[in-house]
Design a binder for this molecule. Structure first.
Ligand code: NAP
Length: 268
C-alpha cells in the first residue's frame, strides 16, 4: 500500500530538499512548497525521473497570509496527504536589539505562524482520516538559547513546545508528531543570514543528508523529539523527567514560601 503524499515546506534547498529526496525514495508522492519555483521544478523533475513519484510544486511565500492559506487549503483537500514536514525557516542577521520590527515579524511569520497554522490544518485533516504524521523542524537552540540569537532560538523553542503539547493531544487520533532538533547543519541558512558556517569547528557541523536520515529513523521509532547530534540520550531523558516531576507543583493557590511578604518587610 502507498504510504501517501508528503507536503514539505522549504523544499527548494537544504534540509527540506533532502526530506523530499528521502521520502520519494520511500515511495511517497510529494507536494513541494517554497518560493523559488525554478529550484522546486528542477527538484521535482529529478525526483519524478529517479523515483517515479508524483511530485507537485506549490509555490508559496509562507510569510504572506493569502499564500499560506493556499497551502492550508491543499492540506485540507488532498485526501492522499498523510505527512506534513514543517521545515521552512529563516534565521536573523542580527539580534533583537539591532533588528527592525518588520524583520522580526517576518521571522515570526515564517518560523512560528506558518508552521502552527499548517500543523492545525494537518491535525484537522488527519484526525478526520484517522491517520497521519507531522514533522516539525525545531533546533537544539530550543534547549540552549544562550548559544545564539535569542529571537531565532525562541521561535524554535515555540516549535518544540508546540510539538510536545500536540503529540499528547492527538496521540489517540492516530496522528504522530515529531520535533527534530538539528545542531549546526551545512545549508544555505547560514549564508542567508550573514554567517559563515566554516567559522565553526568542522566537528560541530553535520551534513544535511546525515541529519535527515537520522531524523527519519527517529520518526520511524515513534520519537516525539529527535536530537540527531546528541550521543548521550540519557541527558535528554533526564531533562524530561525533571520537568515532568516539577509539573505537579506548578499550579498552587499559595505562593511559594520564598515569595511571601513577611510582616517585617510589609511594614517598610
Ligand atoms: P535553508 O537551506 O536556508 O532552506 C530554507 C528553506 O525554507 C528553503 O527551501 C527556502 O526556500 C524556504 N523558505 C525561506 N523563506 C520562505 C518563505 N518566506 N516562504 C516559503 N519558503 C521559505 O535552511 P535549512 O538549514 O535547510 O533549514 C530548514 C529548517 O531547519 C529551518 O526551519 C531551520 O530553522 C531548521 N534548522 C536548521 C539548522 C541548520 O544549521 N541548518 C539548525 C537547526 C534548525 P525559498 O527561498 O525558495 O523560499
Amino acid at each position: 500500500m502507498s504510504p501517501g503524499t508528503a507536503l514539505i515546506t522549504g523544499a527548494s534547498t537544504g534540509i527540506g530538499a533532502i526530506y523530499a529526496d528521502r521520502l520519494a525514495r520511500r515511495g511517497r508522492d510529494l507536494v513541494l512548497v517554497a518560493r523559488d519555483v525554478t529550484r522546486l521544478e528542477a527538484l521535482a523533475a529529478r525526483l519524478r525521473s529517479e523515483t517515479g513519484a508524483r511530485v507537485d510544486v506549490l509555490p508559496a511565500d509562507l510569510s504572506d497570509r493569502s499564500q499560506l492559506a493556499k497551502v492550508e487549503a491543499r492540506i485540507a483537500s488532498d485526501e492522499t496527504l498523510t505527512l506534513l514536514v514543517n521545515n521552512a525557516g529563516i534565521s536573523l542577521e542580527g539580534t533583537l536589539i539591532d533588528t527592525p520590527a518588520v524583520t522580526i515579524e517576518h521571522l515570526i511569520a515564517i518560523n512560528v505562524t506558518a508552521p502552527t497554522l499548517l500543523a492545525g490544518a494537518a491535525v484537522r485533516a488527519f484526525a478526520a482520516r484517522g491517520a497521519g504524521g507531522i514533522i516539525n523542524l525545531s533546533s537544539v537552540l530550543a534547549l540552549a538559547p544562550e548559544m545564539f540569537d535569542g529571537t531565532y532560538s525562541a521561535t524554535k523553542a515555540f516549535i518544540l513546545n508546540l510539538t510536545q503539547g500536540l503529540a499528547k493531544e492527538v496521540a489517540d487520533k492516530g496522528i504522530r508528531v515529531q520535533a527534530v532538533l538539528p545542531g549546526a547543519t551545512r545549508t544555505e541558512i547560514w549564508a542567508r543570514s550573514g554567517k559563515d558556517i566554516d567559522s565553526f569547528p568542522a566537528e560541530w557541523v553535520m551534513d544535511a543528508s546525515d541529519l535527515v536520515d537520522a531524523a527519519l529513523l527517529g520518526f520511524d521509532r515513534g520519537e516525539t523529539v529527535t536530537i540527531p547530534p546528541l550521543a548521550d540520550e540519557a541527558k535528554w531523558h533526564a531533562i524530561q523527567e525533571a520537568r515532568l516531576a516539577m509539573a505537579s507543583e506548578l499550579s498552587r493557590r499559595d505562593v511559594a514560601p520564598r515569595y511571601r511578604v513577611s510582616a517585617e518587610s510589609a511594614a517598610v
